[in-house]
Design a protein around this ligand. Sequence first.
Ligand SMILES: Nc1ncnc2c1ncn2[C@@H]1O[C@H](COP(=O)(O)OP(=O)(O)OP(=O)(O)O)[C@@H](O)[C@H]1O
Length: 357
Amino acid sequence: MFDIRVKKSLGRFHLSADIKAEAGLTALFGPSGAGKTLLAKMLAGLVTPDEGHIELAGRTLFSSAKNINIPVHQRHIGFVFQEHRLFPHYSVRGNLTYGNGRRAGKATPVSFEKVADILGLAALLDREPASLSGGERQRVAIGRALLSNPKILILDEPLSSLDDARKREILPLIEALKSEFDIPTLYISHSIEEITRLADTLLLLDNGAMKAVGPTADILTRLDLIPYAGGYDAGTLIAATVTAYEPAHHMLTLETAGGGKLYITGGAKEIGSSARLRIRARDVALSKTEPKSMSILNRFKGRLVDHCSGAEGMEELLLDVGFPLTARITRKSFEDMKLTKDTPVWALVKAVTISRA
Ligand SMILES: Nc1ncnc2c1ncn2[C@@H]1O[C@H](COP(=O)(O)OP(=O)(O)OP(=O)(O)O)[C@@H](O)[C@H]1O
């Protein structure tokens, strides 16, 4: 879908990237100042690379070798910034249709009604941007970008200016966009929670350098990438199917492709529906013997596959419990338990610590 090979220096900051991403949602993750926005701006044509090549959907947007640099407005990119940039004197409807008007006569495959419906904008159409909440403004900005019929949607930390409640409101909408519109998306964030929930492909950037790119679940089980993939909050992404719901205890049972059973609490979910679960490495405890008579519901039998030293007295572990699972324990426990590669272990995870990604 896009192929970016670029270099750019700005003062003492140097960015070098080589990325190929397919359709779906690609997340660009890294700490503040890593170069995420700069990379997105080069794709959008807002910043010119020093050298390299940018291709989107088979079209060359930039090539230093061939002297090609397609201007911003001809790149067909829907860009949503950290802070909404709506036209203050246009109504919500005017903002949403602005992109369409510019390309008068061209039918857009993304329907106005569908965008308004999914983003919950129908009741806001006659309002002015100044009267909207931050979350509402961001929803309008996303809608406007979608309606410009883009080849790719770039969402640059679209939730960072919102409080947690608004984030929880908008995240499912972004998920819905993924399934309803087949528009490739580059999603920039420094929240590993958002990334785990949304990303098909994960790209880790640190101080202008690419650390890794690949399927999200694979990247999250690489011990060497833990410092760049959430650090303290790092964890595993698990795909599972809902097999039972017990309303009295709000208890969901899920099964992984390999037959592993997981228990989580939460609202009802349709039996047979799929779910992405996130287990933080620091929420996993280990036992060498089968744990009995304890409150922890998730007990997985497996073995230690790999380990490495983590920060300050911690050991990072990769387990195979029918699915890959990362765990973090103290080095003291690691040594006391005499764990080595292939040691059989039980991994214990409290149901209440597992989040539906
Ligand atoms: N015009 C500029 N001149 C000099 N340095 C710049 C310029 N624009 C960006 N930079 C530097 O490039 C680096 C990367 O900036 P960028 O905005 O891409 O980071 P980011 O990963 O998006 O960070 P954040 O998560 O804080 O938005 C930073 O060190 C920034 O100071």
